[in-house]
Design a protein around this ligand. Structure first.
Ligand SMILES: *Cc1c(COP(=O)(O)O)cnc(C)c1O
Length: 356
């Protein structure tokens, strides 16, 4: 028997969540966002779950190459564009679409001639103030991009800073409309939160990420409440059981002391697997399908659970760290972060297993 820790990835859930995106945005094509190794789920599962997506979007050129090698021949959008001139050559060779968020990227595109046509997407800074052209320089960039040799199309996009807050993207949407008024080209604005909450922003292409993986883009709404299914189950098992006497302490720092006699289980999962170390006592977890809580500090390779609600649990009993019984968003909330971070942080030592 090998270490029981693994991440099961459901292709059926990925496909279901893509279908849910299409129900929210029936008139739009879908860039399925697969950056960060498909939010920790692996490209192999993503390629199967998103087989019917109109395009895939990511920012890592080495992973884009893997998508092409795996046979994906529909569009691939590089959402941070080229990081240097070499990326332009690769983009031409692999027929990747490039976001352009600063003028130097157009210089590289002009310099690196070659075979193959390029599709460009100009990015407007609509208030995030991270990447993107200011509205006053967008038109000049659009005209320049449209005249570059070997450029087949120029689209327009922006990325919202606050689409997860009520009304949070309304001003940014208005700015985008003003800045792009009268320009030709396909538009893409909506991330998961805007797909659910801002139909006016759906436009030609939507760009869902987190919702495809079955987690919520909102702090105050569950993924289930917007019709999503968790794609990842982070699973392990008990590898030991301890009976504590009242007053006995648990783990590093002895931060948990048993108030009464209690049985606790040692789970083969820790922060070196990507489970958050800052998850406090009381973080939800499931043992044998029954919800219970973590106790004490999360260690590198192990954490501890309360077996009070599961008195028959023994070494070997299965544990769900997150998945269908314990939504990743609940674990994230307990640990003071968001589901996105936990999914992306699943460590390379955890095998990814496609489960259907
Ligand atoms: C990550 C990302 C998305 C997806 O965002 P979600 O909140 O995960 O839906 C969309 N567009 C861009 C540019 C991104 O970087």
């Amino acid at each position: 028997m090998s270490r029981p820790t693994r991440a099961g990835v459901s292709v059926g859930a990925l496909a279901h969540n893509l279908a849910q995106v299409r129900r929210f945005a029936p008139g739009s094509r879908v860039w399925a966002v697969v950056k960060a190794n498909a939010y920790g789920h692996g490209l192999a599962a993503a390629l199967r779950g998103f087989a019917s997506a109109d395009g895939l979007a990511l920012l890592e050129f080495d992973y884009a190459q893997r998508l092409r090698e795996a046979g994906w021949n529909r569009p691939v959008l590089m959402i941070e564009g080229p990081f240097g001139p070499d990326d332009v050559a690769l983009a031409r060779r692999l027929s990747l679409s490039l976001v352009v968020h600063r003028p130097e990227q157009l210089d590289w595109i002009a310099e690196v001639a070659g075979h193959g046509t390029l599709h460009l997407v100009l990015k407007l800074n609509s208030g995030m103030n991270r990447l993107g052209l200011r509205d006053e320089s967008l038109r000049a960039a659009f005209e320049r991009a449209s005249r570059l040799p070997g450029v087949a199309s120029v689209g327009l996009m922006t990325h919202f800073a606050n689409a997860d807050l009520p009304g949070g993207a309304v001003d940014a949407l208005a700015m985008f409309r003003r800045a792009t008024d009268g320009l030709a080209g396909e538009r893409s604005l909506a991330n998961s939160a805007a797909i659910v909450d801002l139909p006016q922003a759906h436009a030609d292409w939507v760009r869902p990420g987190i919702m495809l993986y079955g987690a919520s883009p909102f702090a105050d709404r569950s993924a289930a409440s917007i019709g999503l299914r968790p794609a990842m189950t982070l699973a392990s098992a008990l590898i030991a059981v301890q009976s504590l006497a009242p007053g006995e302490a648990l783990g590093y720092g002895s931060t948990f002391v048993a108030p009464t006699a209690m049985r606790v289980g040692i789970v083969a999962c820790g922060y070196a697997d990507g489970y958050p170390r800052h998850a406090p006592t009381g973080t939800p977890i499931a043992v044998d399908g029954v919800r219970t809580r973590t106790l004490g500090r999360v260690a590198m390779d192990m954490l501890t659970v309360d077996l009070g609600p599961v008195p028959d649990a023994d070494p070997g009993t299965p544990v769900e760290l997150w998945g269908a019984t314990v939504p990743v968003d609940e674990v994230a909330a307990a640990a003071g972060t968001i589901g996105y971070e936990l999914l992306c942080a699943v460590a390379p030592r955890v095998p990814l297993e496609i489960v259907d």
